[in-house]
Design a protein around this ligand. Structure first.
Ligand code: AMP
Length: 475
């Protein structure tokens, strides 16, 4: 990521030659990286513990402004480090002795609210008495009231639930120092903007307002002009090179063959976690059902999935219980799961920005990733536009052939067998029982160890043919 239009430079670059001066060298760590923002030692220790060495460009640009108490408009996407850019100065300026909410963050989804609250918690790990609470719809109201009564300084919530608590008097914002609107364009898209304005109207006059948004639609500009006080402006564009860890390909397929092509791609690509993006809720269901029938562990994430289930689904995806997640764009917004190795654009995204966001669900945390875009012949004309935005060619791939799939099936079978030999999954007791069965069958049938092993492998196929045969023309 690059391009900081605010022109802010690192506030302590002058201290970087401190090594030449022994007196300053003692303070070297305080003058480098995060040391130059004026954070307390507890905050710096927490950052060191989680491995943040250098501030990201948005952090370099935004933190000095926010430490001065200025309002700020930041144009930045997930993955730029925007959460720490606002969370760290908020924590640094907080009064831990004051038990009422001092910072409120509004986020479009429960998932993002939880992520932001987690980030606050990890940065505040060394700060005594600082508590963060995530409040969102779908979770127990009374429990949230109980937590609020115990005293929290930072509240991260979705607009609707925050409003409910404010109306009911269970969220007292009279001591609020700062409001952060995270992913403001997404809140607009999801229809929360009236709620956000209502919250803004209720806040104390003297407060800091920070607005982060990936894009700046007119409505968001209007909000920022109306409610922010001469804000600092910071723009961080996602550099195309950020997608350099992601291999991008496209596949031409007629609409009626898409499901079959998807199944083939999944069979041919060896990847840990997969997200399949579909345009509508109905398509997510059709795709998921079809994959389930083919033996995949599938989960769906769309606007109809209740919040509580959504969170469980993401946990299952993270832990590897689910291999394939079929999602709509909005539902997958902000999803940050490291083990996603492949993103399939089953339906073409609405625009280039959505494409960049979708493929950005893979290649997280410095890993490599794969992205495959399904295009029907009529959609081919959109390819050039996408290539321009990601600033690299998207290579064509074929629907995987029977030969490729079959080779992959054999390889997988061999790998599974080897894995099972090296690290058996069943208990010793179970293995003793299995061994007894083997001996008995061998005796009764007079079969050799190889015949037995073959029969066991066939059993493992569970009725699914080992090799794929037949039609492979999907054009
Ligand atoms: P965000 O854009 O806030 O969603 O952050 C993206 C990821 O970058 C998160 O996993 C953060 O923990 C991580 N991150 C943020 N700032 C830094 C930093 N200065 N150094 C290393 N990792 C960071």
């Amino acid at each position: 990521m690059t391009e900081n239009s605010s022109g802010s430079s690192s506030p302590c670059s002058a201290d970087l030659d401190a090594a030449a001066n022994p007196a300053a060298a003692v303070n070297l760590s305080a003058d480098q990286g995060f040391g130059c923002f004026g954070f307390g030692s507890e905050l710096l220790q927490a950052l060191e513990a989680i491995g943040y060495r250098e501030p990201s460009p948005i952090q370099k640009a935004a933190i000095p402004e926010l430490m001065l108490g200025r309002d700020l408009v930041g144009q930045a996407q997930t993955g730029t480090g925007k959460t720490a850019a606002f969370a760290l100065p908020m924590l640094a300026r907080l009064d831990p002795a004051e038990r009422k909410p001092q910072v409120l963050v509004l986020a479009p989804t429960r998932e993002l609210a939880l992520q932001v609250a987690d980030a606050f918690n990890s940065y505040a790990s060394q700060l005594n008495g600082v508590r963060t609470l995530a409040i969102y719809g779908g979770a127990d109201f009374r429990d949230q009231i109980h937590q609020l009564k115990r005293g929290v300084q930072i509240v991260v919530g979705t607009p609707g639930r925050v409003m409910d608590h404010m109306r009911q008097g269970t969220l007292d914002l009279s001591n609020l120092r700062a409001l952060v609107l995270d992913e403001a364009d997404e809140m607009l898209r999801m229809g929360f903007i009236d709620d956000v304005e209502w919250v803004l109207e209720q806040l104390p006059e003297k407060r800091q307002v920070v607005l982060f948004s990936a894009t700046m639609p007119a409505e968001i500009r209007r909000i920022s002009q109306k409610y922010l006080n001469s804000p600092a402006e910071v723009t961080i564009r996602q550099k195309a090179a950020d997608a350099s860890l992601i291999r991008q390909r496209f596949l031409m397929v007629h609409a009626p063959h898409k499901l079959a092509a998807l199944e083939r791609v999944l069979e041919a690509e060896t990847s840990e976690g997969v997200i399949v993006f579909a345009r509508t809720k109905a398509i997510t269901i059709t795709v998921a059902e079809s994959l389930e029938q083919h033996g995949y562990d599938v989960a769906v994430l769309n606007g109809d999935v209740p919040q509580a289930q959504r969170e469980r689904t993401i946990e299952r995806l993270k832990s590897g219980q689910v291999d394939v997640l079929v999602a709509t764009d909005v539902a997958a917004r902000g999803l940050d799961v490291e083990r996603i190795g492949l993103v399939i654009n089953y339906d073409i995204p609405f625009d280039a920005e959505a494409y960049v966001h979708r493929i950005g669900r893979t290649g997280r945390a410095g890993r490599t990733g794969d992205a495959i875009l399904f295009l029907t012949p009529r959609e081919r004309r959109f390819l050039g536009g996408l290539e321009r935005v990601v600033a690299k060619p998207i290579a064509e791939m074929e629907v995987p052939s029977n030969a490729t799939i079959n080779q992959n099936r054999l390889d997988r079978m061999r790998a599974k067998l080897t894995g099972c030999l090296q690290t058996p999954e069943s208990s010793e007791q179970e293995r003793a029982l299995l061994s007894e069965i083997l001996q008995r069958v061998a005796q009764e049938q007079g079969s050799s160890p190889e015949q037995l092993a073959l029969a066991a492998l066939e059993l493992a196929l569970a009725g699914k043919p080992l090799l794929l045969q037949g039609e492979e023309n999907f054009h």
